[in-house]
Design a protein around this ligand. Structure first.
Ligand code: OSB
Ligand code: MG
Length: 414
């Protein structure tokens, strides 16, 4: 978030009438956005201790992308214990810094040594002020997002309000897509896609890389009904010199091409967008609302994948949703192989009105044999938006205990 969030008008405590972002710009039928109002949290949350838990949770199948293979997730869970209750956050940083520069051990270190001391230096702190307090620390958005999420969950739970209602959700369930990894063979890929379509997923995303792009896309297109929604994600595996090759994807009527070029190369994406007819969607590049605005204005993308961890939290994510809506740029909710904790919050976010494409919000069984919350189950291609207070799901303590690889409790001093 760095210095960027300083420029953002943040609503402040006690009965403030200004909000961090503006519901009146959203589409009709919106519920009014309300921040937690219960007396217990009217002046924010006083956090007494933060538990940092690491769990190792195996994936049901290896997930291969252009940057590597994941077989299990190393998840950092942030559990805040406050005066008015507790809350959970999930850090989406991976075990290794392959998707972006953040990684789980680094995120934990930053949280312990740089974020929590700044937060504990405040007596009470409203969740809408967390980003501002952490702004002097540059970057480390996934670490910040995890802490802010736990804060948000705690405040909303104590106020009895769901995250979906707080963010301004307009749906009670969301359409789901699925992200399909790079496979060893085409028959294996067809098998995987076929299974997901039978389960009801509304959109298929194929991971691609040089050497695994035109052929798999062509075969999937030929093999399944022409109406299926299909898109690809390169995780930055190409260069602008591949523009003509990428333009060959145009014949397959894809919804979008996600992050073909490196994160920093906004201008190259804008140039690519002039050569390729398929809409360019950015994932890794969009690290804040400010960058989202620049990317849109320079024509680097016409669709945005919103991942709260990547942009520093759900409040920044909601702002990006909002600015995209104002510019008529559709968004969809990305994923980072979250457990039920992160999934619950992602599904709440995906229920906002400008999430116009199915998200990478797949059911629990696409990822894990045993999730750490009650499983999210696909029904008619959709997941239900949790309606309980906060993120609306309970953490299964026994399951988490069984998966725990380390646990530290950081307490407020004084
Ligand atoms: O680029 O969208 C991505 C998973 C891990 C890291 C990056 C990405 C992904 C996915 C899977 O595509 C999304 C999901 O199902 O959670
Ligand atoms: Mg992606």
């Amino acid at each position: 978030m760095g210095g960027i969030s300083n420029a953002r008008p943040l609503a402040c405590g006690r009965g403030a009438s200004r909000r961090a972002w503006h519901p009146h710009r959203l589409a009709g039928g919106m519920t009014e956005l309300r921040r937690p109002t219960s007396p217990a949290t009217a002046s924010g949350l006083r956090v007494e201790a933060v538990e940092l838990r690491r769990i190792a949770i195996p994936l049901v199948a290896p997930f291969r992308t252009s940057f590597g293979v994941e077989r299990q997730r190393d998840v950092l869970l942030v559990h805040v214990l406050g005066n008015a209750g507790e809350g959970w956050g999930e850090c989406v940083a991976m075990e290794e810094p392959l998707y972006s520069s953040e990684y789980a051990d680094g995120a934990q270190r930053v949280i312990e040594e740089h974020l929590l001391p700044r937060l504990f230096a405040q007596d009470h702190l409203d969740v809408t002020d967390v980003a501002r307090v952490l702004a002097p620390i540059r970057g480390h958005r996934m670490a910040k997002a995890a802490v802010e999420m736990a804060w948000l969950d705690a405040q909303l739970r104590s106020a009895g309000q769901s995250l979906a209602a707080y963010l301004g959700a307009t749906r009670t369930s969301v359409e789901c897509g699925v992200s399909v990894g790079i496979m060893d063979s085409i028959p294996q890929l067809l098998d995987a896609v076929g299974t997901y379509l039978e389960q009801g997923y509304r959109r298929i995303k194929l991971k691609v890389e040089p050497g695994w792009d035109l052929e798999p896309v062509r075969t999937v297109r030929e093999h399944f009904p022409s109406g299926i929604l299909l898109q690809v994600d390169a995780n930055a595996a190409y260069t602008l010199a591949d523009a003509d090759h990428l333009a060959a994807l145009d014949q397959f009527d894809l919804l979008l091409i996600e992050q073909p070029l490196p994160q920093e190369e906004l201008l190259a994406h804008a140039k690519l967008a002039k050569v390729v007819r398929t809409p360019i969607c950015l994932d890794e590049s969009i690290v804040s609302a400010a960058v989202a605005t620049e990317a849109i204005e320079m024509g680097a993308c016409s669709v945005i994948n919103i991942k709260p961890g990547r942009v520093g939290g759900y409040l920044e994510a909601a702002q990006i949703h909002d600015l995209c809506l104002a510019r008529q740029v559709p968004v969809w909710c990305g994923g980072m192989l979250e457990t039920g904790v992160g999934r619950a919050a992602n599904v709440a976010l995906a229920a906002l009105p400008n999430f116009l494409l199915p998200g990478d919000t797949s059911a629990s069984d696409r990822y894990f044999r045993q999730d750490i919350t009650a499983p999210f189950i696909l029904e008619d291609g959709r997941l239900a938006v949790p309606s309980g207070p906060g993120i609306g799901v309970e953490v299964l303590r026994d399951v988490v205990d069984g998966l725990t690889t380390s646990r530290r409790v950081v307490r407020r001093v004084g």
